[in-house]
Ligand binder design. Structure first.
Ligand code: BGC
Length: 265
């Protein structure tokens, strides 16, 4: 058995940039057809589709705001129609709107919760509904697989980012609850918690002086690449992880190991 996904269809939200693009590429390289969801990045989404097709794969770009229930329903309907089925959902879309707690507006609290937490719930729900309609699919031991993109901030408190940390903490228990609820239907639901990954969302944090301070938080001594996350996603989507249910795989170079305690405490 290996990490191949041939014949399976993966829907990846927020696939027009960052971790989403890397995960979509990884799943395509493992043989999956990919529904490339984007919110506003139409050009990079279409470029990714062309790239996957150029390598002999199948892909389609579909726009949707994942915080909108009607848009999510339309995304899954269009994706399933274009590709014939959906076997893997990577609920990845996420945003940050940082501010000190005393200054955070309720709009920016809501925007982050709506996209990061409600959006991931709506995509999991739509994915589960789709899997249950495909009971005769035999391409994988599981009927379907869902991967939630969490963060090390599902466990590490993050001053100045209370909306983001709350959304990721919510993902942790949402994922485990959905996994408990759906495991009896052979639907596997897990999460990945990335640490600092070199993408646009944290471009300012990984360069220059801030980059040096960031490395002090990473025992393994390097910032992660999107490929580090893609590799975990391909494994979680494949039958290699068939007995992995309701788990968060932390991919963070050791950021969650309290590195501040190496020489103190
Ligand atoms: C955030 C990044 C941050 C990393 C580690 C991620 O969830 O999106 O901005 O660098 O966590 O703190």
């Amino acid at each position: 058995m290996d990490c191949r996904l041939d014949g399976q269809v993966a829907l990846v939200t927020g696939a027009s940039s960052g971790i989403g693009t890397g995960v979509a590429r990884g799943l395509a390289a493992a043989g999956a057809a990919v529904i490339v969801n984007y919110h506003s990045g139409r050009e990079p989404a279409e470029a990714l589709v062309a790239e996957i097709e150029g390598q002999g794969g199948r892909a389609v770009a579909v726009q949707a705001d994942v915080s909108d229930p009607d848009a999510v329903a339309a995304l899954f309907a269009r994706g399933a129609e274009a590709m014939g089925a959906i076997d893997i959902v990577v609920a990845n879309s996420g945003i940050q709107k940082d501010a000190p707690a005393t200054e955070l507006t309720v709009e920016d609290w809501r925007k982050v919760i709506d996209t990061n937490l409600t959006g991931q719930f709506l995509c999991a729900q739509a994915g589960i509904r789709q899997f249950l309609k495909q009971r005769d699919r035999k391409l994988s031991r599981a009927l379907g697989k869902i991967i939630h993109m969490s963060s090390v901030h599902e466990v590490i408190p993050w001053a100045g980012h209370v909306n983001y940390a709350a959304s990721k903490g919510g993902i942790a228990l949402m994922m485990r609850t959905l996994a408990q609820e759906m495991a009896g239907q052979r639907i596997r639901i897990n999460a990945i918690a990335p640490g600092a990954i070199a993408t646009r969302i944290n471009a300012e944090n990984v360069a220059g002086e801030a980059g040096k301070r960031l490395l002090e938080l990473i025992p393994y001594g390097r910032v992660g690449d999107v490929e580090d996350i893609a590799n975990a996603a391909v494994w979680l989507a494949s039958d290699m992880s068939d007995y992995v249910v309701g788990t968060t795989i932390t991919v963070d170079g050791g950021m969650c190991l309290y590195p501040g305690f190496r020489d103190n405490g």
